[in-house]
Design a protein around this ligand. Structure first.
Ligand code: ADP
Ligand code: MG
Length: 472
């Protein structure tokens, strides 16, 4: 017996309440809010997901929490079935079943499971593809994956597999300087160019777009300009924040955007901030930026920084001791371009002197990038700065009560200790009343999550970071 939609909605609402408790706000909004309930048949709940990619992502990343929510709501033998939204072209004709009883717990934590992204098939290339402004060195192969860029990378990859026919149109990638936005958007272009899936591929910086547009006005060639862009199948515009305040350019872009979007052409944009924080932009343009998916790139964590350095060194056949790699990765935390800068400097040093670079030489060579005092910053000095900042005693901070403000300060202190010192999680835990390393991990994640969702909290962190920086 199939029960009507309102019961299904009730059940799904209960599931969502459980899921909400287990995931952070961003994850919940991106992956669970767009899902709706379709029907309830006994203990089988059918839900509608926006795309195949969406389904694959939640299935590979959130299977445990989904199982928990459905078994708690409908009992142990309940089944969750997926239906993929009809406007996805290549959707499987049959709904995909996911019998809850049969879900096996993955050996690895769910977060680390690879995303199964297999869309469409590659068509043979019949003609030379028209590509513009692509730099071949920026590919997915050379882009190192990490928690900090997971969503943006996976979405970029999905777009490259199926330009135009995916739910990420436009794909809007945002993040700070030197974190790989240009690399990722170029990787889309290069991959699509290689596959030959679409012909006219164009990458432009927003400055280039603006200058060309202004020139076209001066030379009475606006219609040529416009026709040129409307002919593109995959348009990538980098650093769109520079359109800020340029009304005419925005208007032209708005029309190009609409034409491309309506004809199923793919648009990918990057910016240094999310759409909601873009000032001096027309509302109608901002709202379009949010039609698809806005995915951010965060600064990479330590492991990813190490992987990036190792990868780049290997690319250049440059041998680096792990000690040196770690030294750089520990100290250059917020910009991948700067990580590369350190490598280049060391390579130059090594080729000039013919010497093998050891830690001492690296410290010396990178003095202007990595301040020597930063290396010696201790966990104790971070504790001192943070207890002063929050006006609590250092003893309380280290090993005091579970009062909320104190826990909050302690978590921030652990987080900063991880960011600013070379200490292991275990050592950091030891400095906080012999707490376990998993407590430190939990603290760091909690701080990260709060910083992502709470502007005020993020400001506090930045404030503290400045204080620590100044103390060095
Ligand atoms: P953005 O456009 O965000 O300012 P870029 O894409 O120009 O940053 O990246 C700066 C440099 O760092 C580039 O050389 C890029 O190849 C490199 N880079 C950034 N992120 C990664 C990554 N995850 N893996 C490999 N290289 C990266
Ligand atoms: Mg860039």
């Amino acid at each position: 017996m199939t029960v009507n939609g309102s019961d299904a909605r009730e059940v799904w609402k209960k599931c969502l309440a459980i899921i909400k408790k287990e995931t952070n706000v961003q994850t919940f909004k991106t992956w669970f809010e767009p899902i709706s309930a379709v029907s309830l048949n006994g203990n089988e709940l059918m839900v509608l997901v926006p795309s195949k990619f969406h389904y694959e992502w939640i299935e590979s990343h959130f299977v445990n929490v989904l199982r928990k929510s459905i078994t708690q709501t409908l009992g142990a033998s309940s089944v969750l079935k997926y239906q993929i939204s009809r406007d996805e072209e290549e959707l499987a004709a049959e709904p995909t079943e996911m019998p809850v009883a049969e879900i096996r717990t993955p050996a690895k934590p769910a977060q680390e499971l690879p995303v199964k992204l297999q869309f469409g098939s590659t068509r043979p290339v019949s003609e030379e593809p028209v590509t513009s402004n692509l730099n071949e060195k920026y590919t997915f192969d050379t882009f190192i994956k990490g928690d900090s860029n997971q969503l943006a990378r996976a979405a970029a990859f999905a777009v490259a597999e199926n330009p135009g026919s995916n739910s990420f149109n436009p794909l809007f990638i945002y993040g700070g300087v030197g974190l790989g936005k240009t690399h990722l958007i170029q990787a889309i272009g290069n991959r699509v160019a290689k596959s030959g899936k679409v012909k006219n591929i164009l990458y432009v910086s927003s400055e280039r777009f603006t200058v060309d547009f202004v020139n076209s006005i001066q030379h009475n060639k606006v219609s040529d300009f416009s026709a040129y862009y409307r002919n593109v199948d995959l348009l990538m515009v980098d650093d769109i924040q520079f359109f800020s305040g340029k009304e005419k350019t925005q208007e032209e872009f708005f029309h190009i955007f609409n034409t491309l979007h309506q004809t199923g052409k793919q648009i990918v944009l990057t910016s240094d901030r999310p759409p909601k924080d873009m000032k001096f932009f027309e509302e109608r343009l901002l709202s379009r930026f949010q039609w698809g998916l806005a995915a951010d790139i965060q600064p990479p964590d330590l492991e990813t920084r190490i992987a990036i350095l190792n990868h780049k060194a290997a690319q250049q056949n440059f041998l680096l001791e792990s000690e040196v790699v770690e030294f750089i990765a520990m100290n250059v935390t917020h910009n991948v371009r700067q990580l590369e800068g350190c490598l280049v400097k060391l390579m130059a040093q090594s080729s000039l002197t013919g010497a093998h670079i050891n830690l001492g030489m690296a410290r010396e060579a990178l003095r202007d990038i990595i301040k020597p005092s930063k290396i010696n910053l201790s966990i104790e000095s971070i504790q001192r700065i943070i207890s002063e900042y929050f006006g609590i005693s250092q003893d309380l901070l280290i090993d005091g009560t579970r009062k909320q403000e104190i826990v909050r300060a302690r978590q921030i202190a652990m987080y900063m200790a991880k960011e600013f010192t070379q200490s292991s999680l275990k050592t950091i835990g030891n400095h906080f009343g012999k707490r376990d390393h998993s407590t430190v991990i939990h603290a760091c994640e909690s701080v990260k999550n709060q910083a992502e969702t709470n502007e005020k909290y993020k400001k506090t962190l930045d404030d503290i970071r400045r204080k620590i920086d100044m103390s060095m």
